[in-house]
Design a protein around this ligand. Sequence first.
Ligand SMILES: *Cc1c(COP(=O)(O)O)cnc(C)c1O
Length: 356
Amino acid sequence: MKMHNFCAGPCILPQSVFEKASQAVKDFDSSGLSILEISHRSNVFQQILKETRDLIKELTGLNNDYEVLLLQGGASLQFTMVPFNLAKNDESPLYLDTGRWANNAFLEAEKICKPLIVASSKDKNYNYIPKDYEISENASYFHCTSNNTIYGTQMKSFPKTKVPLISDMSSDILSRKLDYSQFDLIYAGAQKNIGAAGVTVVIVRKEILEKNLERNIPSYLDYRVQIAKDSCFNTSPVFSIYTAYLNLLWLKEQGGIEAMDKRNKKKAETLYAEIDKNDLFEGVAVKEDRSDMNVTFTLKEVSLKEKFAEICEEAGVVALKGHRTVGGYRASLYNALELESVEVLVGCMKRLNEIA
Ligand SMILES: *Cc1c(COP(=O)(O)O)cnc(C)c1O
């Protein structure tokens, strides 16, 4: 049976990527060697590393003012690296508190500097994006989370500010048309939209790193060290990077971000239309802030929960459970998920309505 995987992360990747990645584990590029046993310093891998970084720049339309780093530690380590490298002692960085990840970023920054929360939507369990706030020109930087994976909210626009604009884009990078050059630093764990867990993409405008900080930064955590070493300060996560490379090539073949934007909007519209029409269901996020990547919703009649689970299971719909802090359901519609899968889910929701 075809499975329809709505997992929030690690998530679905294109079938062709799974096939090519597994082939490379057995015999990489007809070399007689597995991708798992080649040196990260070998010419073949260095070429893949270069092409992966180039593809990210090409797809986001960024120029050579930016450097792409492929690191480890997930988005979570960036919660630490960002303040380590960019917070100045006398200028508090500002954080927009739009959810658990955003808050975790703030809490990690607190261990290094004195960050401030500029606005928060915690009062409504993060079901909206705060818009009424000001960014002081004295802040070291402004940090936001472009898409709130757990709550299903997404920033549709970003503040214009003179201070460095930093975004955790873990769950919506490369999924929609954006002026990526409005950001000074973007980071994303690979396991949503980019590739396999184990590698983290950091895109940084080099200029913001030139400031002198009175802080001793551990080597691995120093962006300048990572740039100088071309993302090979230590052993690279070779397989994760190769998988990301395959997925980025797929993305380019599909027509790049432009095509993903169309495809993802269509999927999200299809699902939200059913949530709004079907009187058994209710959306969680306020309409204007709804995410095209993670769609959160609840079942109004709790007694129908088992029946819905049964219908979904029969249809091959998996990983629909909402995050434990929100409850209900969450359908993640990352790039590789096909419209057909959303239609199957909508079919399940209609079916429940017919028999309820
Ligand atoms: C998943 C996620 C993270 C955590 O990523 P890790 O790579 O597991 O550290 C951080 N931020 C957002 C927005 C996420 O969706």
